[in-house]
Write a protein that binds this ligand. Structure first.
Ligand code: NAP
Length: 291
């Protein structure tokens, strides 16, 4: 069984980003991401650290904007809009969920689609669902495609099964796989015969967020298994949705947890930042030529 390592996929993405940054005119300012966090949730703080590191490693800049968890909703809207309209900010990552006194959906509509690094805007969702390549998909969903492509694992014509239908992973991933000409089935808690459906998958994506819910017994011989789940087991250790033990007797390739998809997600975010900055320069050049 081939172990699909996130670090190798990220290294490839870094080359792509550096190639794109190399095409910016000499003396261009470095692309800047705004990381917007309300409150001090430990998961957010830890992910933020990884994002800052990744963006710096790819040769760009991240600025962190932290607000207290009890900031009045109207005040946060004003602060967010200032960041959203700041011409020096090329991309934005907004941590969610926001505190309960705020309307999280409002920010999906407020964020400028061209700065929306994690694909939360309905404009980007529509582009993903229409199969258009010029929007931003949620980074984790795109990370799955990047893993398959980096390892040259064919997608076209393959039967793909995704367990999970969230707007962050399952649904957009179904559309991205469809764009790559896979035949896609999406499973959820009301799916009947989940095991049988999973055993038919040539590409099996576990994105339910249930530690060890799928095993080699739900895996077809020769399947490519992508484990998106990030869970904590009874011993407090990080684990995925797949039981890794014995998986090699069925799967041809699989992503580990940790060290798989999670490691690629921040690299996709950094790629989106470079793309956002590149596109905004193209737009500025075009409008200067028109003027
Ligand atoms: P979510 O919003 O909780 O969605 C989970 C989905 O899985 C739901 O659609 C749910 O079905 C389905 N599901 C849950 N238990 C199931 C079961 N027993 N059988 C069949 N379907 C089941 O979670 P999420 O945000 O998509 O995240 C999923 C996992 O990915 C989590 O472990 C999360 O930590 C991880 N994640 C990883 C990254 C990364 O960077 N690698 C990023 C984001 C998320 P219903 O719709 O019917 O409830």
């Amino acid at each position: 069984m081939i172990v699909l390592k996130g670090a190798e996929v990220s290294a490839r993405l870094k080359e792509d980003v550096q190639e794109l940054l190399g095409r910016f005119p000499v003396g261009s300012r470095v692309p800047v991401a705004a990381i917007v966090r309300v409150g001090e949730r430990p998961d957010d703080v830890s992910y933020e650290r990884n994002v800052i590191k990744r963006i710096a490693a790819f040769g760009m800049e991240a600025r962190v904007y932290v607000f207290p968890a009890d900031i009045p909703a109207a005040e946060f809207v004003r602060e967010f809009q200032t960041i959203n309209e700041d011409k020096e900010i090329d991309g934005i990552l907004l941590f969610r969920p926001l505190p309960a006194h705020m309307d999280g959906r409002l920010f999906e509509r407020l964020i400028r689609p061209e700065k929306d690094l994690d694909g939360i805007s309905p404009v980007n969702a529509a582009k993903v669902f229409a199969g258009e390549a010029d929007g931003f998909a949620p980074c984790t969903a795109e990370a799955v495609i990047e893993v398959l492509k980096a390892y040259e694992l064919p997608i076209e014509g393959k039967r793909a099964v995704i367990v999970g239908r969230s707007m962050v992973v399952g649904r957009p991933l179904a559309m991205l796989l469809l764009r790559e000409n896979a035949t896609v089935t999406v499973c959820h808690t009301k799916t009947r015969d989940l095991g049988k459906i999973c055993r038919e998958a040539e590409i099996l994506v576990a994105a339910a967020g249930r530690a060890g819910m799928l095993t080699k017994d739900e895996t077809a011989e020769g399947a490519v298994v992508i484990d998106v789940g990030i869970n904590v087991d009874q011993n407090g250790k990080l684990c995925g949705d797949m039981v890794w033990d014995g998986l090699e007797t069925a799967a041809a390739a699989a992503t580990p947890v940790p060290g798989g998809v999670g490691a690629v997600t921040t690299a996709v975010l950094a790629k989106h930042l470079a793309q956002a900055a590149w596109r905004s320069r193209q737009t500025m050049d075009a409008s200067e030529q028109e003027a």
